[in-house]
Write a protein that binds this ligand. Structure first.
Ligand code: AKG
Length: 261
């Protein structure tokens, strides 16, 4: 199946949800003009890592985010992968992904499973526990968030249910962009899957963020890699390439789960 994917590589206004919300519709509109089937945003785009102010600025129950993404998906007739946002839920804060289909209906929710201590997520956020699976044009896909890509066992778990695309919104600092690119390629190769990753650009008070949003095929080839400036780019992938890779080398069938822990 051919799927056109827009990568919306944004800068993020630190702790300013109103300004950040205003960036979303122009990007979705541009993706629709480029005939995208799906557009994806970076991690925690509503607030950035303004963690100490989450009580004020995290989205209660994700209501504002969900309403916006649902409306835009329907208005522009494409799937909107909402990157992730800071959400206040049940007395805690979560780093949460919402995905909406062209009919405006919610396809998936995902809460970041591996909290990133170097950016103090473990002090301010609660971790998710659930897998997420959804379909785009009938193709199975899954999605994780940023630091999660350092845990191959988690991405393998998510890939076992026939997933063909792994989406990865991120706020990945500039200093580790070489690792970002290698990790994304490795996750694509070992899961014989496409990987579609969108990082933010710009700075917050603690870090510069390096962009280099990219798309990787099941061989780990970098089909697209952006630079470190805000931009939206669209690429078409053919998910049948995952059948070719899995047919040629049956990595999933050759697993020995009884030996793993
Ligand atoms: O793993 C890394 O080097 C960066 C992870 C990160 O920035 C995040 O999870 O927000």
């Amino acid at each position: 199946m051919k799927i056109s994917i827009s990568l919306a590589q944004l800068d993020i206004y630190f702790g300013d949800p109103d300004k950040n919300f205003a960036q979303i519709e122009p990007a979705v509109k541009m993706a629709a003009e480029q005939h995208a089937d799906i557009v994806i945003f970076p991690e925690m785009w509503n607030t950035g890592y303004d963690l100490t102010r989450f009580g004020e600025i995290a989205d209660p129950e994700g209501k504002r985010t969900k309403a916006l993404l649902s409306n835009l998906a329907k208005k522009y007739q494409l799937t909107v992968h909402g990157g992730s946002v800071a959400v206040a839920r049940d007395g805690a804060f979560y780093n949460t992904t919402y995905i909406f289909g062209p009919d405006g209906k919610q396809l998936a929710t995902y809460e970041k499973v591996h909290l990133f201590g170097l950016m103090r997520e473990d002090k301010y956020l609660a971790a998710g526990h659930e897998e997420d699976h959804f379909q785009i044009k009938g193709v199975d896909a899954t999605s994780v968030i940023c630091y999660d890509i350092r845990f191959p066992e988690w991405l393998r778990t998510l890939s076992l249910d026939n997933s063909r695309i792994i989406f990865v919104p991120a706020e990945w600092p500039t200093s580790r962009i070489p690792q970002w690119r290698r990790l994304l390629a490795a996750r694509a190769i070992e899961n014989q899957s496409f990987v579609v990753a969108v990082n933010r650009v710009g700075n917050d008070p603690d870090n510069p963020f390096g962009g280099h949003s990219g798309v990787y095929n099941p061989m780990g080839d970098e089909l697209l890699s952006l630079d470190d400036q805000p931009q939206l780019k669209t690429i078409t992938i053919d998910t049948d390439e995952t059948d070719d890779a899995r047919g040629f080398m049956p990595v999933f069938a050759d697993r020995r789960p009884e030996l793993y822990r």
